[in-house]
Design a protein around this ligand. Structure first.
Ligand code: DX5
Ligand code: ZN
Length: 225
């Protein structure tokens, strides 16, 4: 699969969010990654589907919601209305994960499953037929700008192996602290999708950041990927 760069708007200047989103889309990102936080599952509050919906008409690129909320089941149709094509859920937040995953697919959304640092690969094993993306968290969810956890790379490799064995074409992403100095590790371990927040905002421009991160990830990927 080709490398995907997924900017997290958590680092954006919320006072001019529309301009930030336009700038990211113009830089050629693959999808915009919206971190929805509820102040309960994670100790921070960001925005909800209404804010995503307000930005939807501004750009043509894909939107995905990374939902860090307790019991998000009732919110799911709102992400469809907001124009998301994929939602990523944390299994710990769901009472009946399989039921909810099936509901996501019924809504016409693609499904991502996020694995927090202390969560192993087990939540994936019986639901792979429903999954379009696995997101290995390389920080504890809740805030942008945290340090990348190198200790998650064996988990990236374990997920890559699981997917390979199952014969499923599933995006394998990493999220948290991913930037020019850290992107090669997960790319070498088998990741093909990279959520980048604060690192992208540190480049002189989004275009330079997206191009540089894409090049570094491509260079580090295993020859067979
Ligand atoms: C963490 C979020 C991330 C994060 C990315 O809870 O899921 O998407 O904000 O930001 P950086 O790249 O700054 O870690
Ligand atoms: Zn995220």
């Amino acid at each position: 699969m080709t490398v995907k760069i997924l900017p997290s708007v958590t680092t954006a200047n919320f006072a001019c969010l529309g301009d930030e989103v336009r700038g990211l889309a113009a830089a050629g990102v693959d999808r915009i990654h919206w971190d929805v936080m509820d102040g309960r599952y994670v100790p921070n509050i960001t925005f909800g589907p209404d804010v995503i919906a307000a930005c939807r008409p501004l750009v043509a690129c894909g939107f995905e919601a990374h939902v860090m909320c307790d019991s998000p089941e009732d919110l799911l149709p709102r992400f469809v209305d907001a124009g998301c094509e994929l939602v990523t859920l944390h299994p710990e937040t769901l009472r009946q994960p399989h039921r909810t995953y099936a509901a996501v697919r019924e809504l016409g959304l693609r499904l991502g499953i996020a694995l927090s640092p202390a969560t192993g690969v087990e939540p994936l094993t019986h639901v792979l037929d429903l999954v379009d993306m696995v997101l290995v968290m390389t920080v504890d969810p809740g805030f942008g700008g945290q340090s990348y956890l190198t200790s998650m790379e064996p988990k990236v490799a374990a997920v890559a192996e699981l997917l390979e064995r199952a014969g499923h074409t599933v995006e394998l992403g990493v999220d948290g602290g991913v930037g020019p100095d850290t992107i090669a590790g997960p790319a070498a371990a088998g990741a093909d999708a990279f959520v980048c927040g604060s690192a992208l905002w540190r480049y002189p421009s989004f275009s330079e950041g997206v191009a540089d991160l894409r090049r570094r990830a491509d260079a580090a990927r295993p020859a067979t990927a």
